[in-house]
Design a protein around this ligand. Structure first.
Ligand code: UD1
Length: 358
């Protein structure tokens, strides 16, 4: 059986690693890793391959950045000939980025089976490019691997047949479980004992100068009580410079490698973010998370975990932060099947161990 893994952007490298590793234990499976090149800076890509033990990609489509249409089209154009040439039996796509939907579209048109890892997540907000990618990818997929019950319900509501849906748990947590001991060992020099860790990159938060200015001024305020450590996405850094905004008081770092970021996360007093995956990682770690979004496609992090949605409401951010500083942070629990064995469950299903697919 010939399986392709499609990756391209930072949030999915930690999802492919556990599946790739678990499939190695099954005989007769040949795996090919294809990097679309959506993320190309070494600290957004290469360093993740090294730390997560993913072999260098067999193919790099090197598409680079562009508008959504251009980037998606470029991935499709460069990916299509590979299917004809190498004839995979199954193509695995991950998460919700442009690389995910582009590959799924190519495969669906060529009649190649698609497996979507992290299927069924919905924010209900179609202004988010990722929501469009999720909806389309799930409609085109043959095997839908979901992390939680809400995802199964979303898929069934959209008419996906129950026999295509496999609840397997949260694959990203597999990488966290594996590398947390290494992260905890990592020494941190030059950091304050107590800090807020911040990430910010959603277009809705960083592409408009008034919105970004208001978020930064809230962060400057936070910084008066608790040092702010802010590994900045290249897009965010570029916007801060372009809009001439003041962020000098914050400790702005380069995007961090996976283990280094985990080390920062597990010692943070609080995490302030607009990322999807970080909402899940903080829930697993039991660290309070204040999310700068109005909605989330990962509702279990709010209902069971440590996540609170504060949107762009600076007074809510302030009050939630004082709650954390006052020792009254929300306590959560780890959702079911966030146990480090999701990759194994996916591999068993794919290879037909339980009498299913292959
Ligand atoms: C993408 C995903 C988003 C994910 C995020 C994590 C989509 C629609 N969005 O957003 O879901 O949360 O990755 O990082 O797929 N850039 C660099 N170097 C790089 C990559 C990007 O400088 O290696 C800059 C470029 O200016 C580029 C911009 O970042 O134009 C945006 O990159 P892009 O891949 O389009 O989207 P992200 O914002 O990274």
């Amino acid at each position: 059986m010939n399986i392709f893994h499609i990756v391209g952007a930072r949030p999915n490298f930690m999802k492919v690693a556990p599946v790739l590793g678990a499939l190695r234990a099954h005989l007769g499976i040949v795996q090919t890793v294809i990097h679309t090149g959506q993320h190309y800076d070494p600290n957004m890509s290469d360093v993740f391959f090294e730390q997560l033990g993913i072999p260098p990609p067999d193919v790099n489509l090197a598409v680079g950045s562009g508008t959504h249409a251009r980037q998606t089209a470029e991935i499709m154009t460069r990916f299509e000939p590979l299917i004809a040439e190498r004839k995979p039996d199954l193509v695995l796509v991950y998460g919700d980025v442009n690389s995910t939907v582009a590959a799924a579209l190519v495969c669906a048109k060529l009649g190649v089976r698609v497996g979507h890892v992290e299927a069924g997540l919905r924010s209900g907000d179609r202004t988010m490019p990722e929501e469009i990618n999720r909806l389309v990818t799930d409609q085109l997929s043959d095997l839908l691997f979901t992390p939680s019950e809400d995802a199964d319900i979303n898929l069934q509501r959209e008419g996906i047949l129950p026999e295509k849906i496999f609840r397997v748990g949260n694959v990203m947590i597999d990488s966290l479980v594996k590398l947390l001991p290494v992260a905890r060992q990592q020494e941190q020099t030059g950091l304050p004992g107590s800090y807020a860790l911040v990430t910010l990159h959603r277009p809705a938060n960083v592409d408009n100068s008034a919105v970004l200015k208001s978020i930064l001024s809230s962060l400057l305020e936070v910084n008066q009580d608790l040092a702010v450590i802010f590994p900045a996405h290249p897009r965010t850094r570029a916007r801060i410079a372009e809009f001439g905004l003041d962020a000098n008081q914050l400790r702005i770092l380069e995007p961090q490698p996976y283990i280094n970021f985990l080390a920062l996360q597990c010692r943070a007093k609080v995490v302030i973010t607009d990322s999807g995956g970080i909402q899940e990682e903080t829930t697993y770690l039991g660290i309070p998370c204040l999310t700068l979004r109005e909605n989330t496609e990962r509702p279990v992090t709010v209902s069971q975990g440590t996540n609170v949605l504060v949107g762009q409401n600076s007074s809510m951010l302030r009050s939630e932060l004082s709650r954390v500083l006052g020792g009254g942070a929300k306590r959560g629990s780890v959702p079911p099947m966030w146990d480090g064995r999701t990759g194994e469950r996916i591999a068993n299903i794919i290879s037909g161990v339980n009498g299913s697919p292959r």
